[in-house]
Design a protein around this ligand. Sequence first.
Ligand SMILES: [Zn+2]
Length: 230
Amino acid sequence: MDKQIIILFGQPGAGKGTQAELLVDKLGFHHFESSKVLEAFYKKEDPEKVVVADGENFKVGDEIIRWKTGLLNSPKFVVALFSQKIKDLADEGESIVFSGSPRTAYEAEKEIPLFIGLYGLENIKLVVLEISAEATIFRNSHRKICDLMRHTILFTPETENLTKCPLDGSDLVARKGLDDVETIKKRIQVFHDETLPVLEIAERFGLRAHKINAEQTVADVHKDVLAAIK
Ligand SMILES: [Zn+2]
């Protein structure tokens, strides 16, 4: 089978991370997690190094400070870094699942043509996990996170009484800080303002959005994802 790129798209709490991990487990995809890619880069890279991205210079140390203080990293810098990582993965023959990227219009404009160039349009699938605003707020405010690997566990009928992480067995704890209702509403607003435009851009590049009801059980959503990416 040809190598694929799957873009899982949806609001916070739609289950993108969970569905991505299932594709890793069942089909051997590489899970491209933006925050982990940034973290790994900052750990190994010299802070004095200057990265040239789209004609601008970015000092790695400045980006590390932005990252540590919770500011967004410069989009041009992020896209340059991600593009290199995506090329490396393509060279290694990996199929990739994205669970939170492209996140902005700028990222989509740059990365989608790169995906198409590396994998071919027919091998890129855009899967939209649809969930109501009410469900997003409920799931996020009830979500748990595992102690060991920070896997997030969405609130669903199957996970309601879970106390151990199904992936590594460590204790599940409530996620602090990120998940109060006002913060969640803000994240949903940011999604609408900054991330939703990615869909139109993807369609303009010829991708078709496969819409899935993400309020079903995790297993049923996974079945629909598999059908969508065939
Ligand atoms: Zn875990």
